[in-house]
Design a binder for this molecule. Structure first.
Ligand code: GAP
Length: 475
């Protein structure tokens, strides 16, 4: 029986206890907005990225690339990031704390709702929705007497824009000519390579370019574990299409991405697709794929119909033609783009929350115990199988070690010979291992082992030489 009420605390505590995620530079007190993936976390993250990569590039019409994090600074002028990629920030003069002005107001609205002051909350929300300048944010904060959660005062500076790109210098001189930026999205590496891929891969429109890589945003406020961090990974795919056909491809990609999440075990009730009401100036359709985290709904991926905005801008700023020429019809045009932009780290947290369960089961002595189980799809599970010799007996150790070494050639396996079998099952349940294989005394005679499946806890006798194919068939 499932008894789960997932909280962020249970996810955080499991992540630390079992080595999924650690605070970055923990021995120095940690670094805000940065996290390290531990031995199990890195396996889960790699499996998510691998599942995405295969679904994107193991098809005829999508090529992969891996562009560098540092790009020519003109890239960010062309894309608009230099002038527009900023958040409105406000400082409290007493506490010296810095906040995103819009978040401060949103939190105030949430407080009003908690106190059932619905009319007032609606009124402030309406003002927030129609903000068009930093002065508008400032007026709301002052009019409403919003106070700093740290100092409790309403001593605010004016609202200013804060560019989220991290700056650094290329080469030994630290002057303005040497300034470069850590990319805030992987997409621009794809746009600037559009022509290279088109010319070298023999693709024709429609085709896509996929990339997985690190992005950096100097977020004013990081929050909710891996949800908003300063360094994170993105999995982006830009699909280049003939103008006029973009609506149909946009719909198709929304469906493809929905199917991907479902195939990997995302529960229907934990996923929603939220259309953007206010579109960015370059988009003619956009939807956020949101997951229901313990703290509420949060975006894990955006799908955007970006028109020809980016290629046109790069064409203008670089002076290079970024067109597709149809060799048959002689048609030439700058393609439109449908983008699927997922966060690998947000996906990681979503798949972890989606898998987390606690259920009451019968223990070895016939009593009740609560088992924590991560119900990952076998494709994503950090460890695919665990091999247990029933007891520390020379013959059993020999057979189980041989099986373990043989499975290790094609999957991630753990070997565990300590403690009662029940305890060993619980250890594997807690990290989501789908198959536990026990070598017992009967194995010596019948050359069969017991495979226990994580979710149903059903056991099956399987011949030693069939173990690998048994597991592969279940994956
Ligand atoms: N090229 C489009 C683009 O970057 P975005 O909505 O800004 O779009 C795409 O980002 C995805 O990247 C988001 O859905 C989210 O999963 C992830 N992401 C964005 N900012 C993030 C942050 N600060 N921390 C973790 N993930 C983030």
């Amino acid at each position: 029986m499932s008894t789960t009420k997932i909280t962020m605390d249970s996810i955080l505590s499991l992540s630390k206890r079992r080595g999924f995620v650690f605070q970055s530079s923990e021995i120095y007190g940690g670094l805000n907005g940065c996290w390290d993936y531990g031995p199990l976390g890195v396996e889960l993250l790699r499996n998510i990225k691998e599942a995405w990569w295969k679904s994107m590039t193991y098809r005829d019409d999508i090529e992969g690339i891996d562009a560098s994090i540092l790009m020519h600074p003109r890239t960010w002028e062309a894309s608009g990031h230099l002038s527009q990629f900023s958040d409105p920030m406000i400082d409290n003069k007493t506490s010296k704390s810095r906040y995103r002005a819009d978040t401060l107001i949103e939190e105030y609205i949430a407080k009003l709702r908690n106190k059932n002051k619905t009319i007032k909350a609606d009124e402030v929300e309406k003002r927030l929705a129609s903000v068009s300048s930093n002065e508008d944010y400032y007026s709301i904060i002052i009019d409403e007497g919003i106070t700093d959660p740290v100092s409790g005062t309403a001593e605010w500076t004016e609202v200013r824009n804060f560019n989220l790109m991290f700056k650094t210098y290329l080469g030994p001189t630290e002057d303005s000519n040497a300034v470069v930026y850590l990319r805030p999205e992987t997409a621009q590496g794809i746009f600037v390579n559009f022509k290279n891929v088109l010319d070298t891969s023999r693709q024709k429109i429609p085709f896509g370019i996929a990339q997985i890589g690190k992005s950096f945003r100097n977020e004013i406020n990081t929050k909710n574990f891996l949800f908003r961090t300063r360094e994170f990974e993105q999995m982006e795919m830009q699909y280049f299409v003939k103008p006029g056909t973009h609506k149909e491809y946009y719909e198709e990609w929304v469906q493809i991405r929905r199917d991907w999440y479902k195939r990997l075990g995302m529960k229907d009730e934990s996923l929603r697709f939220k259309n953007h009401e206010k579109l960015a100036h370059y988009a003619d359709a956009a939807v956020d794929i949101e997951f229901l985290f313990p703290f509420g709904w949060g975006e894990i991926e955006g799908i955007h119909s970006r028109t020809d905005f980016d290629l046109m801008k790069h064409q203008e700023f670089s002076g290079k033609k970024l067109e597709f020429v149809d060799t048959v019809t002689k048609d030439r045009f700058v393609p439109y783009v449908v983008e699927t932009a997922a966060g690998a780290s947000r996906n990681f947290m979503a798949f972890l929350c989606n898998a987390y369960d606690e259920e009451t089961v019968t223990d070895d002595k016939g009593g009740e115990e609560v088992r924590t189980v991560l119900r990952f799809s076998p494709e994503l599970a950090p460890v695919t199988a665990a091999v247990f010799p029933l007891i520390n007996n020379e013959n059993l150790l020999e057979i189980s070690t041989k099986l373990y070494k043989s499975l290790q050639q094609s999957m991630k396996v753990q070997f565990d010979k300590s403690g009662a079998i029940g305890r060993r099952y619980r250890r594997q349940d807690e990290i989501g291992t789908p198959f536990c294989i026990t070598v017992d005394f009967e194995t010596i005679d019948d050359q069969c082992v017991t495979i226990r499946e994580r979710d149903s806890m059903m056991q099956e006798r399987v011949s030693l030489d069939q173990v690998r194919s048994y597991i592969q068939s279940k994956m």
